[in-house]
Design a protein around this ligand. Structure first.
Ligand code: GDP
Ligand code: GDP
Length: 433
């Protein structure tokens, strides 16, 4: 599924306030990374059980004044091309400005669903002012206050109606996306994999023009590789190159079962790589980390351990992720990447029979029960796996509300220790028996 909601509009209308509201995480644990949030303009949101990615286009605006309007115009065009739904945000306190008019002109020519979101309606008295925005000629308007959240529910109810379901046949083969910052070696590895036996590789044009799906049936594996590297686009504004590549990366990520995050050994895991990791994690995708250009690193017998430790510190607490050290230049461990992606694909799809789960975990729980809170004891009766695309487990007990975060971690680690879930997201729930 590839559902991207792009928030467009001129500065100061409240885009990032809405973005923050939509991506506010219910489970703060995965989001609490100081230093990372600052430069993050895309994130996962969820409404009525439907996940989608939100992009705050304002995060990619050029600094210089002359370029500024060009940049916004270009972003709107990219959003029309790449997003599933566009939220065009305007400000009730200023009314329609020239730039609003200009953006509306571009949006009217596009074919994507557009919602006019009139923001800063903090009280009902402003409702009459909002009607002015019908004159933008983009249909229905939605009045909200990003600050308080009022009106956002009604808006999202409509937005999710425009999401696409994935056609069934697309789900048959494992899909791996190779993502990462420019120049890490994504095209090189794809070329190397294709190059060895060109005749059994069929490039299939993807649903969108430059997203290429390559079908491999070799090395004993039948899979699709989603190539994000080929997508380079000419833009007038430097910041939009990143905006565009982020859009394409998110789409590839959402389509994939397993995300191969490639980093440059010389540069290490940077905040942008960590963002991609968390996006994959939040989308419940399988993850493999590939450290490429390993040939450029001076090595001794501790180098791999040191690298692994550094990466794990940055991706904690989800550290049960395979890390592979490759050199495309020297053709080292390239097939290993595919083998491991395939293992992760199976780990993510793994189903554990209920009897086995209980046999293994109930004794562990008996030895290490949840600590008592306010004199209350949690008694866990049994555990079962819940059907879904990634591993999810429900632990039935008397007082689920008393189970604290550390115990969730403990249980997740036990699941990972006893069963093979490397690279796969594992979700744990405690439920009332
Ligand atoms: P952006 O430049 O479009 O991302 O806008 P921001 O989200 O940074 O918001 C610009 C200003 O508008 C900030 O001072 C916000 O606090 C304010 N703002 C955003 N949403 C609302 C709202 O619903 N009501 C009011 N009164 N102010 C808002
Ligand atoms: P992309 O932007 O991620 O697709 O990166 P490219 O595949 O275009 O590679 C960027 C540059 O890194 C090119 O000059 C490659 O030749 C070089 N490169 C790729 N893999 C390796 C590697 O394993 N070792 C070294 N030394 N250079 C590499």
């Amino acid at each position: 599924m590839s559902n991207i909601v792009a928030i467009v509009g001129r500065p100061n209308v409240g885009k990032s306030t809405l973005y923050n509201r939509l991506t506010e995480s219910r489970k703060a644990i995965v989001d609490d990374f100081s230093g990372v949030t600052r430069d993050r303009h895309y994130g996962v949101s969820e409404w009525t059980d439907q996940k989608f990615t939100v992009i705050d286009t304002g995060g990619y605006v050029a600094n210089s004044d002359e370029l500024f309007e060009v940049a916004i115009r270009e972003q709107v065009l990219i959003a029309i091309e790449e997003a599933s739904v566009i939220l065009f945000m305007v400000d009730v306190t200023t009314g329609i400005t020239d730039l609003d008019d200009e953006i509306a002109n571009i949006l009217r020519k596009g074919k994507k669903p557009v919602f006019v979101v009139v923001n800063k309606l903090d009280n009902n008295a402003q409702m009459a002012d909002a009607t002015e925005f019908y004159s933008l000629g983009l249909g229905e308007i939605f009045t909200i206050s990003s600050m308080t959240g009022s009106g956002t529910g009604e808006l999202l109810d409509e937005v999710v109606k425009h999401f696409e379901d994935v056609p069934f046949e697309e789900n048959e083969r494992p899909k791996y996306a190779i993502i990462g910052r420019p120049n890490v070696g994504k095209s090189s590895i794809i070329n190397a994999l294709i190059g060895e036996e060109r005749n059994i590789v069929t490039p299939i044009a993807g649903t969108t023009r430059d997203s290429i799906h390559i079908h491999f049936n070799k090395y004993g594996h039948d899979f699709m590789l989603i190539d994000t590297a080929g997508m380079r686009k000419k833009t007038k504004v430097k910041e939009n190159i990143e905006f565009y590549s982020v859009m394409r990366t998110i789409k590839a990520l959402e389509e994939a079962d397993v995300v191969i995050i490639m980093i440059d050994a010389v540069e290490g895991m940077e905040s942008q790589d960590v963002n991609l990791f968390h996006l994959a994690e939040k989308n419940k995708k399988g993850v493999v980390i590939v450290v490429n250009k390993w040939d450029l690193i001076e090595k001794n017998n501790k180098t791999i351990k040191v690298f692994e430790e550094q990466i794990k510190q940055k991706i904690a607490p989800f550290t049960d992720v395979p890390i592979i050290f490759t050199s495309v230049l020297e053709k080292q461990r390239l097939l290993r990447v595919i083998e491991v992606a395939n293992q992760v694909y199976h780990n993510r799809a793994r189903k554990i029979p209920t009897s086995k789960l209980n046999d293994v975990l109930l004794p562990v729980i008996e030895n290490f029960p949840p600590p008592s809170t306010k004199g209350k004891y949690v008694k866990i009766k049994y555990v079962t796996q819940i059907a879904g695309a990634s591993p999810m487990f429900a632990f039935f007990c008397n007082l689920p509300q008393y189970v604290k975060e550390p115990y969730y971690r403990f249980i997740e680690n036990q699941l990972r220790e006893h069963f093979e879930f490397s690279g796969a997201p594992v979700q744990v729930w405690f439920r009332q028996k």
